[in-house]
Design a protein around this ligand. Sequence first.
Ligand SMILES: C[S@@+](CC[C@H](N)C(=O)[O-])C[C@H]1O[C@@H](n2cnc3c(N)ncnc32)[C@H](O)[C@@H]1O
Length: 309
Amino acid sequence: MLPSDSTKKLSFTRCIKDGDLVVVYERHNVMKAVKVCETAVLQNRFGVFKHSDWIGNPFGSKVFSNKGGFVYLLAPTPELWTLVLSHRTQILYIADISFLIMYMEIVPGCLVLESGTGSGSLTTSLARAVAPTGRVHTFDFHEQRAASAREDFEKTGVSNLITVGVRDIQGEGFPVEFSGLVDSVFLDLPQPWLAIPSAAKMLKPDGILCSFSPCIEQVQQSSEMLRSKFTDIRTFEVLLRSYEVREVKNFLVDEIGSPKFPPRKRRQCSREESNAQGSSSSSTIMARPCGEARGHTGYLTFARLKCLF
Ligand SMILES: C[S@@+](CC[C@H](N)C(=O)[O-])C[C@H]1O[C@@H](n2cnc3c(N)ncnc32)[C@H](O)[C@@H]1O
């Protein structure tokens, strides 16, 4: 997960070993996590891939099946892990995660508290952000979810940066041992306002809290609770739009002469259609927003603990 070689130094040329987790990548929306086992094979629509052929190759390698088909073997970075992990709960995705890590000022060495752990999607990114000297303490009241998250953190190589606790954070708050020591607290709970008084006690002066909630009513209730001890209370909804950019040959143009984006499947265009709409034999690079854009996920509410001197 975190790029390191056998001497534990940061390295971006680490090679795949027996027992490693790799992300087998077919295309951006078809990939899966596979544990490398010298005697195992992976079978998919491209043929049979022997794991033994993968060992010793650097992450990022293109590997071939018995039929000449290929896949890429990628390192299970937090970004890719978020796309392949088993969903035991709703999870946070890259747009929210990247925004909140920046806005919460999470950097190497930070001490971060999180609840609930859920599927560990966010926790994995938090761990990489605080590495190598920081730590994430994450809590979930659901024992099985906590246990599965621990297993996942082992698999992805971040377990040395994370402690998973089983605790009802809305009912009991965070453990008092963290009082006044924590740089940031993240909440993804159904009633975050119940955990806010405890979060305030955990934070260092000027520390940052962030709460993720799918509904605006939760945001309103949390913001009300934040007002007494926090300042700079701000709520965001992060909407991501991705684009399809590709070369198109023999494209059609519309009435005003702009190129029209053809469907992805190559389609023969009839002569009448060409004449009616105009055509060109040249190629062009076309770009348009993808139809599959993810819509509303939730609201991120940030607040900074007041310094009372
Ligand atoms: C939506 S999931 C969190 C997903 C996580 N942010 C991720 O990216 O994978 C919410 C989690 O909060 C946990 N939870 C709910 N109420 C809780 C409470 N009172 N104390 C601790 N955890 C709680 C649930 O068990 C669930 O696993």
